[in-house]
Design a protein around this ligand. Structure first.
Ligand code: MET
Ligand code: ZN
Length: 769
């Protein structure tokens, strides 16, 4: 019998139970015990679901209250002193590291004021992990028991599980040195970290775990030699110990071939590879297996929602069997299912024809089991036939075959992707157009999405208020935001995006070629979940999407109003893309739709237009080389197709956040002004790289993921720090990103302080002239 395995299951609950309760805990509405109980319920539910589906190998320790990498930092005592010094309960230290904590002194507690650790993209996904942050004083110690507790918890429920932990090399390589230890290379800490892993693995074995899934996803990245060599050091050390569980070295999200020498010969029980992302690697990776090592064949996509093509998957698994024999092959999900929505059966509104093309995490359980059963010779013919029919219906559907869109896309040329004048000339005319002061201040677009806004939106969606009532409400919100910005003294205003549930969904809903779920949530970070639209066919824009709103907002102020759009790459990346045409084609179709929107905005009098591309960086293929260069080319081309149809006087902005951005990657976009997340960057060299960027930049001055409010002095100090290597004439002042997740109180205070700091420098530099 070929076994089926799942690498991880979404932990947010079928109806976002985790979010609701975590936030209730943060707001003091439920106790820590109540929150812990919710976690327990979700885990129990997920395990049972997998058991009932017939999955043979079920994961544990894939649950997390915020992030699995942060869990490990807490487990291993990788907690910078700035968090421990308050002696908070461990759950609160955990959340303080995740999102910062600012609390006034109370009767029996001291004031707390500490920013969050850095949060970065998990590989090329839209999930974010909290970056392990090491210093010379880091002392690895096993100070918790989460993986063991959760293993035992499942066992008590009668379910044997395979615990999942992030492996030592990936854990270190994904981390960074803390501010006070910049000379530290995390990988150099391997020797002192290994004993703690060993201790943990022994405890898992003692609890009864026979096998542990050790994730080493960095194997799909380019790694320095030292890091490659670390695999042998680490896994030899494990192999030398008695009494450890068997280890399945697990990789996902790409091609492992360039790093095969790093894992060849390691004495682990088996390997897992992602063959959805790269089926080509099968031949080569199978060849490194020792006689007894198992091969876990990842064929069910953990990153997308398309129904598995059983015929293709079965063929692939059979190929693996041909190489190494059926007894050593396991059929698995390609990666954790964390990145897919929980359950398709909760979708009541999807068109049934299209719904039949999808499969969410719960359905994927059945897919893994069915493929394993088919391989084992069980009769699953009905399921196979139904699957083949769905695949065929999708291919032939008209939504995938829009001739007009396809023709326009293939007609894109260089002229469409180039602005009429180069930046210096545009800059000169834009100066005359906008008369902005030095250190112009702006925000990234969204303002607090208050409860009021959410309530009204949901009433409107449910039909309990009329369109007119809703529109009036949105107008009132916009007016509030505009008045607020005037009062605070910002220079380039925004309308605040109250009408947008989400920056991608909003556009998807107005474009042809998209489908939406009502409950298809996926964790982005912590308690923030997104509900990605699904690109189901060729994309086009039936009508203007934002023009009315921006024109209304502009009518309320003399200051420039920024039109606000989401860029082609971000719409593509934050949707579930099609898997039947290249991503480039999908991006170009989107760019044409946006190009029409940009031009309509310009004609309607909106002369500053921001096209957000926060996902540009995450779309970057994980390894250097041809694929990456090609991506950078078509990504930049899509942005320029969207934004190059305007006059020189129109100022094009773009915005990037979430990831370490290479300034070279954004040059080719040729935006007039870019704003980027920067508040947690300390590296002077990195700032220098941006100083060399030719166009104008706003380096984000405060962290919008945290409720913490920097003082005017802190802003002044921060700007001063950046100014050491950054020219005043290019300097824009703005937050890291939109303010939608912040409260008004925090927003008011932060922006007031930021504007005061900008004015301080404005005066200082004006005097110099
Ligand atoms: C994740 S980038 C967000 C940009 C968007 N304009 C906002 O302000 O929310
Ligand atoms: Zn952003």
């Amino acid at each position: 019998m070929v076994q089926s395995a799942v690498l991880g299951f979404p932990r947010i609950g079928a109806f976002r139970e985790l979010k609701k309760n975590t936030e209730a805990y943060w707001n003091g509405k439920i106790s820590a015990d109540q929150l812990l109980a919710v976690g327990k319920e979700i885990r129990a539910h997920n395990w049972k679901l997998q058991k009932d589906a017939g999955v043979d190998i079920i994961p544990s320790n894939d649950f997390s209250f915020y992030d699995q990498v942060l869990d490990l930092s807490l487990l291993f005592n990788v907690i910078p002193d700035r968090y421990t010094k308050y002696n908070l309960p461990s759950l609160d230290t955990y959340f303080a590291m995740a999102r910062g904590l600012q609390r006034k002194a109370a009767e029996n507690s001291k004031a707390v004021d500490v920013p969050a650790l850095e949060m970065v993209k998990w590989f090329d996904s839209n999930y974010h992990y909290v970056r392990p942050t090491f210093s010379h004083s880091t002392e690895f110690k096993l100070i918790g028991s989460k993986p063991i507790d959760e293993y035992l918890e499942a066992k008590a429920q009668g379910i044997e599980t395979r615990p999942v932990i992030l492996g030592p090399v990936s854990y270190l390589f994904l981390g960074k040195p803390d501010k006070d230890s910049l000379d530290l290379e995390p990988i150099a800490l391997l020797k002192s970290l290994l004993p703690v892993y060993i201790q943990l693995l022994k405890k898992l074995a003692a609890a009864g775990a026979k096998e542990v899934q050790v994730d080493e996803p960095t194997l799909v990245l380019d790694m320095p030699k030292k890091v490659q060599a670390a695999f042998k050091t680490a896994y030899d050390a494990f192999a030398a110990e008695e009494g450890l569980p068997e280890l399945i070295l697990t990789t996902y999200f790409g091609d492992v071939r360039p790093n095969l020498s790093a894992i060849k010969g390691l004495k682990v029980a088996g390997f897992h590879f992602d063959f959805v992302r790269d089926p080509e690697q099968l031949e080569k990776v199978a060849s490194i297996l020792g006689d007894k090592q198992t091969l876990s064949v990842g064929v069910v996509d953990g990153r997308n929602i398309w129904k598995n093509d059983f015929a293709a998957s079965i063929a692939l698994v059979k190929k693996a069997i041909k190489k190494i024999g059926a007894d050593r092959v396991i059929v698995a999900t390609a990666s954790s299912l964390l990145h897919t929505p929980v359950d398709l059966t909760n979708e009541k509104k999807l068109d049934s024809e299209i719904k039949d093309w999808f499969s969410f995490a719960t359905q994927k359980l059945d897919e893994v089991v069915t493929i394993a059963n088919a391989i084992s010779g069980k009769d699953v013919s009905e399921k196979l036939a139904a699957n083949a029919l769905s695949i065929k219906n999708r291919k032939e559907h008209e939504i995938n075959n829009d001739a007009a869109v396809q023709k326009r896309t293939s007609g894109i040329d260089d002229a469409m992707a180039t602005r009429s004048s180069p930046f210096p000339k545009r800059l000169a005319v834009q100066k005359g157009e906008f008369h902005l002061p030095l250190f112009p201040t702006t925000t990234i677009g969204s303002f607090p999405q208050t409860k009021d806004i959410r309530v009204m939106r949901s009433k409107f969606t449910k039909g309990t208020i009329s369109e007119e009532e809703y529109t009036n409400f949105i107008k009132k919100e916009i007016k509030g935001v505009v008045d607020f910005q005037e009062k605070v003294g910002l220079d380039v205003l925004v309308h605040g995006e109250p009408e947008r549930n989400d920056m991608v969904q909003y556009f998807g809903e107005r474009l042809k070629g998209f489908a939406f779920t009502t409950n298809g949530w996926v964790q982005s970070y912590g308690s923030r979940y997104v509900r990605p639209p699904i690109i189901v066919g060729d994309v086009s824009r039936p009508a203007p999407m934002t023009v009315k709103t921006s024109v209304y907002a502009q009518s309320l102020t003399e200051k420039p109003m920024k039109g606000m759009l989401t860029g082609p790459i971000t719409i593509l990346r934050w949707s579930f893309p099609r898997n039947d045409v290249p991503q480039k084609t999908q991006a170009l179709q989107l760019s044409l739709a946006l190009r029409d929107e940009v031009q309509d905005l310009e004609s309607a009098g909106i002369h500053v237009i921001q096209v957000d591309e926060p996902a540009l960086r995450e779309g970057l293929p994980l390894r250097a080389g041809a694929e990456r260069n090609d991506y950078l080319k078509w990504a930049a081309e899509s942005f320029r197709v969207a934004t190059s149809g305007v006059k020189d006087t129109t100022q094009i902005h773009s915005h990037f956040c979430y990831s370490d951005l290479d300034p070279n990657h954004i040059k080719a976009l040729d935006a007039d002004v870019v704003s980027i997340e920067f508040s947690k960057k300390d590296d002077a060299n990195y700032i220098q790289e941006f100083a060399n960027y030719p166009n104008h930049i706003g380096l984000g001055l405060f962290d919008i993921h945290s409720p913490r409010v920097p003082s005017k002095e802190e802003f002044i100090a921060r700007i001063g720090e950046i100014m050491k290597s950054y020219p005043a004439e290019k300097f824009w002042c703005n937050p890291d990103c939109g303010l939608k997740t912040r409260k008004w109180e925090e927003t008011t205070a932060s922006l007031t302080n930021m504007v005061a700091a900008a004015k301080y420098y404005r005066e200082k530099y004006a005097k110099k002239d």
